[in-house]
Design a binder for this molecule. Sequence first.
Ligand code: SIN
Length: 513
Amino acid sequence: METRTSDALIVGAGIAGLVAALKLQPARVTVLCKTRLGKGAATGWAQGGIAAAVGKDDSPKLHAIDTQRAGAGISDATIVDILTRDAPARIEELLELGAAFDRTDEGELALGREAAHQRRRIVKAGGDATGHEILKTLIDAVAAHPSIEIVENVAADDLILDGARVTGVLAHDNDAGAPVAFHAAAVILATGGIGRLYRYTTNPVGATGDGIAMAARAGAVLADMEFVQFHPTALAIGRDPMPLVTEAVRGEGAILVNDLGERFMAAVHPEAELAARDVVARAIFEQQQRGRTVGLDARAAIGARFARAFPTVFRFCADAGLDPRIQNIPVTPAAHYHMGGIAVDEWGRTSLENLWACGETSATGVHGANRLASNSLLEALVYGTRVATDIASREGARRPAARSMSQLEAAPHVPNSTDATQALSDLRNVMYSNVGLVRTDAGLREAVARISELQALPESRGAVLRNLLVVGRLIAEAAIERRESRGSHYRSDYPNTDEAFAKRSFTRLRDVA
Ligand code: SIN
């Protein structure tokens, strides 16, 4: 088997992974990318922006209050303080790298407003193309460092362990299926989200929970697995994944109406369309359960400005033959972000020696039961930086890792098949119906049973399904345990928040498998 060695190995080439790679310079860093660089990362799709208290009327303290409020009582206050305090410096660094964020006529950063933020604090680029600009900036910066090697079209399968110590990653080449072992003195998982688990999602197809599944199989502690955020306004035009209609459209005053022309959010919450994401998403879901369809009406609030203010959304609409200047935009809730993941401390250290995690695959505790809009790119930026700082500060961080060949056994390469496609479709359906916006004990147990059946099929050994089934099971099991409703986790059989559950949840794969 081909083996390769570096000082640090990063799995994932979105914002978290690339920032960590840059901050680790001058170390010899290898970054594994499942697709071509810049093509598969959710970062590039992010519309809203990065939340940071950079406005004159704002402060990290106010940002922290909003973050904690969205987290519904279980965010880790220390981590929230770190995130909100570090945010302005990280924005400054992106500007130094050349990120072209939107400016006012006076040359100040043009800050957007999103739900549940007390202030305008969303740093954005190209109106609604923030992620694209950040990814481009980071890719250019990485290209200037010859000691960062990007390995494209290679998917990580499992962690390599030497006893309890992580020494590398076993991967396979996407085209040939050939196994490759990557060894490193420090291993960082930055693999992104889990959206592919759900029938409706705004995430790229590669959001298959690889980091969580690999860490779980290696025995790592996971946290907050039950908390999956559904974005209220994915564009309902039959595409998979679904294009996003950024929350900033509602931030600019667009309203939600059903097909009877009724504006329903004002009766649901005092903040109406700008209530927390889970509240808005559930209200839309309820309308749908009653047989209604829902549209976003931006005609009065944005109208003729739409194409200039939200060029990405405008293009998605135009491609589907819709004109948001004169028509409602059809929307539906879709899985968007996972608050849970690999449990990490304030430096991104996991429970396994020599393994760090950052970005969506990690659970820092900052988001609690629900993430505040535009805190995800920020968390990836702050924690990509902190992970690198921690690794660089370690004695021997640049010592090549010992190779533990005895541990290496390549996962079988199982080609995709009709049966695997059907199994994936079944999984996505049961996750959306039973482990989605509204959950019950019976529905969650039914999902676990279905996942067990799918895990018994030979096709579940294929890399994608194997990971998704592990992660789906962990989410459903954690949701069964939380017998209350909090933030993104809503149980219709336990509709109230219960103080007895006012804490984060932690688990290991062996606790549920
Ligand atoms: C959005 O633009 O609505 C998404 C931003 C986010 O997920 O934070």
